[in-house]
Design a protein around this ligand. Structure first.
Ligand code: CP3
Length: 365
């Protein structure tokens, strides 16, 4: 674990609450502070590329049971922290616990992604609960509470949910698809039904995040992994507006809430996230030029990203060069180092070690 302090101050001894939160470099970056060394965490930092995760995973054959067993989820959350000493831990869970808690059958076929009982029409929507079954999600909050207690104080705890569009796209298709065509077609053909589904997900997700903050999350990330498949008007309606609504609802009840949005594939539409009250940072995908993001988003927005997960698989000199390019691309702006999408299972563990060392190496120069 990193023990050296940095320019965000803090220090040990008697620290008051606000200082204690700024002693976490990740939270300082979210608050808009520029740091010589950006804090680092990785999307999908827990998971199959870690041998200790694969071992732990055998203890619950069904993936959702694994997510809903606090002892296992706490351990999976902490595994990458122990190994790499990231600046933030992310709750081990999945975005599809929300459809599950709304009463849609969700399972994970090993190696083949999620399977849901697809929603085909208004009748399918009518079968869902209006509010998530919070009893079912209680283990998630318990996991946050337990991780929080175990986490070194300089590390932050991130909660998350899927954005309504991305979650709805799985609920409609019933599985992963290359381009979310089933949900896009559904939204064109049945805009009113689709809007009702999105509204329900906005309400459920906002309350879910609010409860995650109450359970100890320092920040939350909203994953809109499929934002990039929508044309402009649909993007505005199904990506931007729902995320804005969630941020407003969460902020209304949890004024100190720190939130990150990850609209993967937003590309030229990134600027639509410029004015979103309540969103402190934007996660950038691999294809985004850091300079384009710097130009599209105002100073007060922290930028997160955006190393290609495959450069991390490749390692070596090309990894070092990409790290360098990204660090200099975001220089002068509050930045959180991350990938542009999740860690893939083929990633060698020593490449992750090298990445963390490279990012932090500049601290001493
Ligand atoms: O370390 C972390 O980032 C925390 C845990 C986390 C998981 N999923 C664990 C997981 C997070 C934040 C997610 C988010 C998630 N889940 C997203 C958004 C981010 C993205 O990748 O775009 C999406 C779209 C999902 C839905 C999902 N879950 C899919 C499509 C799959 C199958 C593909 C795959 O990578 O296996 C999952 C399963 C899943 N979620 C696994 C893990 C560790 C693998 C399951 C296993 O161990 O058998």
């Amino acid at each position: 674990l990193r023990l050296s302090g940095d320019e965000t101050g803090g220090g040990i001894g008697s620290i008051s609450a606000p200082q204690a939160s700024l002693a976490k470099p990740f939270l300082a970056a979210l608050a808009g502070e520029r740091q010589k060394t950006p804090p680092i965490w990785l999307m999908r930092q827990a998971g199959r590329y870690l041998p200790e995760y694969r071992e732990l995973r055998t203890r619950a054959p069904k993936f959702l049971d694994f997510c809903y067993t606090p002892a296992l989820a706490v351990e999976a959350t902490l595994q990458p922290i122990r190994r790499f000493g990231f600046d933030a831990a992310i709750l081990f869970s999945d975005i599809l616990v929300i459809p599950d808690a709304l009463g849609q059958a969700v399972s994970f076929e090993s190696g083949d992604g999620p399977r849901l009982d697809p929603i085909g029409d208004a009748e399918g929507l009518a079968k869902l609960r209006h509010e998530p079954n919070w009893e079912r999600l209680a283990p998630v909050f318990e996991t946050l509470d337990r991780v929080k207690a175990d986490l070194p104080k300089e590390m932050a705890l991130i909660g998350f949910c899927g954005a309504p569009w991305t979650v709805a796209s799985y609920m409609i298709a019933g599985r992963g698809t290359p381009d979310q065509a089933p949900a896009r077609l559904f939204a064109y053909r049945h805009p009113d039904v689709f809007a009702r589904l999105i509204d329900r997900l906005v309400d459920a997700s906002a309350e879910y995040l609010r409860r995650q903050f109450a359970a100890g999350a320092d920040a939350t990330q909203i994953f809109d992994s499929w934002a990039g498949v929508l044309p402009p008007a649909e993007f505005e309606r199904w990506c931007v507006r729902p995320i804005k609504a969630i941020a407003a609802k969460v902020r209304a009840e949890t004024p100190h809430a720190r939130m990150i949005a990850f609209p993967r594939g937003a590309g030229a539409q990134l600027a639509k996230f410029a004015g979103l009250a309540g969103i402190d940072a934007i996660g950038l995908d691999t294809a985004t030029d850091p300079r384009a993001a710097v130009a599209a988003l105002p100073e007060r927005v922290t930028l997160q990203g955006n190393l290609d997960p495959l450069a991390l698989v490749a390692g070596g000199r090309r990894l070092d060069e990409e790290v360098e390019r990204i660090m200099s691309g975001f220089q002068g702006r509050p930045h959180i180092f991350n990938l542009g999408h999740g860690v893939v299972p083929e990633t060698p563990v020593d490449h992750v070690e090298r990445l963390v060392a490279r990012v932090r190496g500049q601290r001493s120069t």
